[in-house]
Design a protein around this ligand. Sequence first.
Ligand code: BGC
Ligand code: CA
Length: 358
Amino acid sequence: MIPKIKNCFSRSSPKRLWMLLVCVILSMTMFPGCQTSRDSSPPTLRVGVALYTQDDTFIATVSQNLERMAQDTEKEKNLKINLSIADGQSNQTVQMDQVDRFLSRGCDVLCVNIVDRTAAAVLIDKAREAQVPLIFFNREPVANDIQRWEQVYYVGAQAEESGTLQGQLVADAWLADQERWDRNGDGILQYVMLEGEPSHQDALLRSEYAIKALVEAEIEAERLASGTANWNRGQAAAKMSQWLSELNGQIEVVFSNNDDMALGAIDAIEEAGGDSPLVVGVDATAPALEAVKQGKLYGTVKNDAEGISRAMLDLILALTGGTDPSEVVELEDGHYVWLPYRPVTKNNLSEFLEGYVA
Ligand code: BGC
Ligand code: CA
């Protein structure tokens, strides 16, 4: 073989040059690992992304944004970013296997939307042993776990803030038009509360801080019912139907820890017919913005899905490119990236619809 190639070089007729070219191309496609460092193929980043479930509107939005932004970055930076996305099916054992697989195949960074927040320590120790930086997002492990290793990060938003903003939104509506919302005219705001998963930081804190904001606005409130619908539209519709029939016209406000459940409540209200109470959610997902536009959802609080994806990608690039993460994102305590929430009603809706330019 070698003398033949030498021959190709020594007697360079056009036909022989063509043969040489074919030989080179063939050997490059058959043995890609043998390409020299002078070839132009871009470096590849391998990123494992473990979602608690793919069947969640907000999480699906974060993951789609991440894919889109990674594709844009590939073009801009002559990089290849291999995102492997795994659906944890709300099962920590399933997710742990997925993480083990990512680590054993050799990924460069791990992004985890953990199913069970109390399982974080085990996961962190696995990542540390493999020396693979770990970015948690949206479901926050306790601070003690985050501090187990300096290469652990959390990207999310502060739940208290969303609760406060949601409560303020309701307080403003109530004070602006109490006659409309105070159905029984007793001066007291009667409400129901649809809660997310009981173990999720966002569920507990949103419920608590929404009501604190009413107290601060000096609005007297009475809780008629509360219960979990696990962030889920169908479960929320079922719960709301039950409350509508049990509470017979007494509900004046529906607080929901997220938009999917608020939309579930609206499904039940529409099914039952009659006047709608004031309904509020959190997230500002696409279907929720549509419901605000139609006047079915009074308002919501934007949970910055794009901001979360952007910060994760910036961290991924910094961690794999040898840049100090604090140069690309605002890091609190060396571990946390916090995205701000923003209230949304019909009044400022246009700022949140696609194509809006500030
Ligand atoms: C969102 C919910 C979502 C949950 C999943 C929350 O921050 O508001 O819509 O279901 O995260 O972890
Ligand atoms: Ca009342």
